[in-house]
Design a binder for this molecule. Structure first.
Ligand code: DP6
Length: 348
């Protein structure tokens, strides 16, 4: 049943981006986005997408506006983005038994395409808003599954706080669930933005190449131990144990990318400078560790009481354009009418 507080044809959702401590890199099935391995992440408080989806019988095609720019279906790159949204909405339209087209309007709180996972927050917000606008009573697991099909990491932006996404061979078994609420631990991700340029190879291209690396099988073999260690470090709020794991994990992912055929190199000069800085700062007593996604920006992971010192240290580096301090965040939510409802609230 549609929630009476929400218009039957329009809804707005906000979803956080997330930073993976154990990464998603490579799919068993690229089209369905069934990953090779489980991953673990934290939702980010300052990096989120707010999306309004309005189904309208008067529209002949889906329309897309991101950060105030109306995407033009006559332009090739824009048409690809619109087609990805249409494909995603089609599966929800199928569930709702409608063919109505939608106007999708999205606003990001951070720059797209720079290593902060805009596709994670984008597809989580799109999934939750569209399901609500269509009056679909999907629980959190179902919404995470739907979001996963749009962008793998989006599965992890639906549940709250610290999240694990389960790999599985079948569509309905690969979803994410919370392993700890946002209040569990005041862990921060201070994102150092060294470049706002769009990536040459998107994460989709990287996933498709992952298995071509001679290091890929070794990475997969090591992941069960890595996942267990990361989950234990989060449970124990042990930042040093977590930090050691996530640095090794990020470097392994990039080693796979760099040894794929063709090789993918996501780092800038500033990226490697910053990795050295983090190690020096740590040797000098600052409890901070790094991780990296598929882009040049560096995510500095530390406890909340250390974050101001990390941000201050970054402010001295000329090649760091800006930084964004994130604490753990709740997952995707409907906002506006019915504000604050979790994805599963329609079952309540
Ligand atoms: C390096 O979820 O962006 O950030 O499913 O193709 O949209 P698609 O990929 P995406 O990949 C994220 C890759 C990563 C690691 C991670 O977030 O787990």
């Amino acid at each position: 049943m549609p929630n009476p507080a929400t218009s039957p044809s329009t809804a707005t959702a906000r979803a956080p981006s997330n930073i993976a401590f154990v990464k998603y890199w490579g799919n068993l099935d690229d089209a369905a986005r069934l990953p090779f391995n489980d991953s673990i992440s934290m939702n980010l408080s300052a990096a989120h997408t707010t999306t309004t989806v309005t189904f309208d019988t008067a529209l002949r095609t889906d329309t897309l506006t991101i950060d105030g720019r109306a995407y033009n279906p006559q332009h090739a790159a824009d048409a690809v983005a619109i087609a990805r949204v249409t494909h995603h909405l089609d599966s929800l339209r199928g569930l709702a038994g409608t063919t109505d087209r939608a106007a999708v309007v999205s606003v990001n709180s951070f720059p797209m395409g720079t290593g902060i996972a805009s596709s994670a927050s984008a597809f989580a917000a799109l999934s939750v808003a569209a399901a609500a606008a269509l009056g679909l009573a999907l629980d959190e697991r179902a919404l995470s599954t739907v979001a996963r099909r749009g962008s793998g990491s989006a599965a992890r932006s639906v549940p709250d706080g610290f999240v694990r996404w389960y790999a599985a061979a079948t569509d309905h078994d690969s979803f994410a669930a919370s392993i700890a609420p946002a209040t569990h631990w005041d862990l921060h991700d201070v994102v150092a933005i060294v470049s706002r340029a769009h990536k040459a190879v998107g994460s989709g291209g990287g996933h498709a190449l992952a298995a071509s690396s001679p290091l890929f099988a070794e990475r997969i073999a090591r992941l069960p131990a890595r996942l267990a260690a990361v989950e234990a470090a989060i449970a124990a709020r042990d930042v040093a144990a977590l930090g050691e794991q996530i640095e090794a994990e990020a470097l392994e992912l990039h080693a796979v990318a760099m040894t794929s055929r063709p090789a993918v190199l996501y780092w800038d000069g500033a990226t490697i400078e910053l990795l050295h800085h983090v190690r020096r700062w740590r040797a000098d007593g600052l409890a901070v560790w790094f991780t990296l996604d598929a882009g040049p920006n560096v995510h500095l992971i530390c406890e909340g009481h250390v974050a101001p010192a990390v941000a201050a240290a970054l402010a001295h580096l000329p090649y760091v354009e800006s930084s964004l301090d994130n604490s753990p965040a709740a997952g995707a939510r409907i906002i506006g009418p019915g504000e604050g409802r979790g994805p599963g609230a329609e079952h309540a």
